[in-house]
Design a protein around this ligand. Structure first.
Ligand SMILES: Cc1cc2nc3c(=O)[nH]c(=O)nc-3n(C[C@H](O)[C@H](O)[C@H](O)COP(=O)(O)OP(=O)(O)OC[C@H]3O[C@@H](n4cnc5c(N)ncnc54)[C@H](O)[C@@H]3O)c2cc1C
Ligand SMILES: *[C@@H]1O[C@H](CO)[C@@H](O)[C@H](O)[C@H]1NC(C)=O
Ligand SMILES: *[C@@H]1O[C@H](CO)[C@@H](O)[C@H](O)[C@H]1NC(C)=O
Length: 546
């Protein structure tokens, strides 16, 4: 019988885990090494070793209706893409609302997590913690949820670049970057075109004399806005798009979506074009980067090759002299120093995880690692679902789980809706679309055609929430709310294309057919062709779902 569950870390993942444990009648005990909740989202003026660190201006890259927890919508007046301080505020509201703080032991660091001698019988764990006074304590737990984050150990590949020892400028990792104050009037090289690299290069380029963005592979760059300025993830991550992705050949989607992107700014002209196709990798989400290139403030460069005394050499042989600083936005190494080394079975000593959650070699599945995956959507709702699934597995309701196979090189990337749906199916909270269509067509329309917001997983089954339906029906209201800051002249009302009875009938037929017989594609394609307008939006926005 699993009763006491250790939750390691009180960031967004840890908070969700505590909440789910309480909801499922378990006893969570959370250990948090710092003195506050929020993890990554609690901005600190200077980086602290072994802790994640963000820059002052960081704004989320997933919209509020998509990234919230499934039974706790964000306040209506929050901007759709909020500043890091506001996300922390949301986490505080969440912790307060569900009374989570009482389960957290602050300033208590988990040192080791080991299987007890009789692990094969009971699946229990020994956990050693250490508090600020250096006092060690031992605990026994029935299960463990690891929520310690994985942006704590910057990967700084300096040794790959000859000459760095004698370089006169400064070299540092994005983990140490807080703002562009020190870059005023300087000449700066930013290495790496991940989301942080893009943000930081843009910010520096506003005060530096010149900023160079060095990238090995290039990237597809997309903005946060979809049609009408609506949040992109809300128009892209829909069940309809998810179904269409299965029907339309990937090459066609790639071709159409790349064309649409290049129509805004030609990736070849702007020096951004990568070798990979759009759907093959996560695109860079950045609204300002192309504009900075257009102004000449930001200059695209190939990979860095070497340092000179006061300059750098790029792989195409070009040299930039008088460089004051090089910022490495080269990512992080995920490490879990407190876990048994035996769990790190990957080819490079990394954790292998069944369904991105359970270490496959354990005789009993009583430990889960949360949030160790990448996806083209928000992380928090997935982690929440991982927690809901994990506690069900802990409770032994799904014993067959540990007769599984785990691929040797498990990819970090998961598909957003399919992964959520898979876990939801396991725990019985995936909406039944047929029943929904018959019983509540208005809601069905929102669930299928609208954004796949987390509330969908609280409509039925264990842990259902009475407010879920209302939350879905009012989601666009909360999107509009923060914009209502100035009265604008009224427009005559026009019937919306999306909700015309004609389109609903066709859409319904399409979805029904797909759901009823996955093989019978022809009428489906006909239906899809008729929904041309929606298809166009889909093709443009489809890098998310692909
Ligand atoms: C720059 C950046 C931007 C991001 N933007 C987004 C975004 O817009 N949308 C999105 O969905 N995701 C985003 N992410 C991903 C983000 O990491 C996750 O969404 C999520 O917030 C991570 O939360 P976490 O609780 O798993 O980890 P963290 O927030 O890192 O929290 C881990 C906690 O565990 C504690 N801890 C660690 N080790 C121990 C130990 N041994 N003992 C006790 N306590 C310990 C730490 O002190 C910390 O409080 C971003 C990530 C980065 C780096
Ligand atoms: C961390 O990243 C560096 C590259 O910067 C690599 O050399 C090293 O092996 C990585 N460590 C682990 C434990 O993965
Ligand atoms: C948002 O940024 C973080 C940090 O770079 C990244 O890990 C995540 O994948 C991004 N989200 C999306 C949807 O691209």
């Amino acid at each position: 019988m699993v009763r006491r569950v250790a939750v390691i870390g009180a960031g967004s993942s840890g908070l969700a885990c505590i909440k789910i444990c309480v909801e499922e009648g378990l006893e969570p005990v959370c250990f948090e090494s710092s003195d506050d909740i929020g993890g990554l989202w609690r901005f600190k003026e200077s980086p602290e070793p072994e802790r994640s660190s963000i820059y002052r201006s960081l704004v989320v890259n997933t919209s509020k209706e998509m990234m919230c927890f499934s039974d706790f919508p964000m306040p209506a007046d929050y901007p759709n893409y909020m500043h890091n301080s506001q996300l922390l505020q949301y986490l505080r509201l969440y912790a307060e609302h569900f009374h989570l703080l009482r389960y957290i032991h602050f300033q208590t660091t988990v040192r080791s997590v080991t299987q007890r001698p009789d692990f094969s019988l009971y699946g229990q764990w020994d956990i050693v913690t250490i508090n600020v006074d250096g006092q060690e304590e031992r605990h026994v737990f029935d299960a463990v949820l690891v929520c310690s984050g994985h942006y704590t150990h910057p990967s700084l590949p300096l040794s790959a670049f000859p000459g760095h020892e004698s370089f006169s400028g400064s070299c540092f990792h994005s983990w140490e970057y807080k703002d562009a104050d020190a870059c005023r009037g300087k000449r700066v090289v930013v290495v790496g075109i991940g989301n942080s690299g893009g943000d930081i290069a843009v910010e520096i380029s506003r005060s530096a004399e010149k900023t160079f963005l060095s990238t090995r592979k290039g990237a597809w760059v997309i903005g946060k806005m979809s049609n009408s300025g609506l949040p992109l993830d809300m128009t892209a991550i829909t069940r309809l798009n998810n179904i269409l992705t299965l029907l339309i050949p990937k090459t066609l989607v790639n071709w159409a979506a790349e064309r649409a992107l290049n129509h805004k700014y030609d990736h070849r002209l702007y020096g951004l074009k990568p070798a990979h196709r759009l759907l093959d990798k996560r695109p860079l989400i950045n609204d300002d980067l192309p504009g900075r290139i257009l102004h000449g403030a930001l200059v695209m460069k190939p990979n860095l090759r070497a340092f000179k005394d006061c300059g750098v050499v790029f792989e195409d042989g070009t040299v930039e002299e008088n460089i004051d600083a090089v910022v490495f936005c080269t990512g992080y190494n995920g490490t879990f120093p407190f876990l048994p080394p035996a769990l790190s079975e990957g080819p490079h000593g990394e954790l292998t995880l069944y369904k991105r959650l359970f270490p496959p070699s354990l005789l009993r599945p009583t430990l889960a690692v949360m949030g160790l995956f990448q996806t083209k959507g928000p992380i928090m709702p997935i982690v929440e679902m991982q927690a809901r699934w994990a506690v069900k597995v802990f409770a032994g309701k799904y014993c067959e789980i540990y007769i599984y196979q785990c691929p040797r090189r498990a990819a970090l990337q998961v598909d957003y809706i399919p992964y959520l749906d898979f876990m939801a199916e396991e725990i019985g909270v995936r909406p039944n679309f047929l029943r929904l269509l018959v019983g509540d067509p208005a809601l069905w329309v929102k669930v299928i055609f609208g954004p796949c917001t987390p509330y969908q997983y609280r409509l039925t089954g264990p842990g259902w929430w009475a407010g879920a339906r209302q939350a879905i029906l009012t989601q666009w209201e909360r999107v509009a709310q923060p914009f209502r800051t100035r009265a604008v002249p009224e427009e005559e009302s026009r019937p919306s294309v999306l909700f015309s009875p004609w389109l609903l009938t066709i859409g319904g037929t399409v979805i029904m057919t797909v759901l009823l017989s996955k093989k019978d594609f022809f009428p489906v394609l006909q239906g899809a062709a008729q929904s041309l307008e929606r298809c166009k939006i889909f093709l443009r926005d489809s890098w998310f779902t692909g």
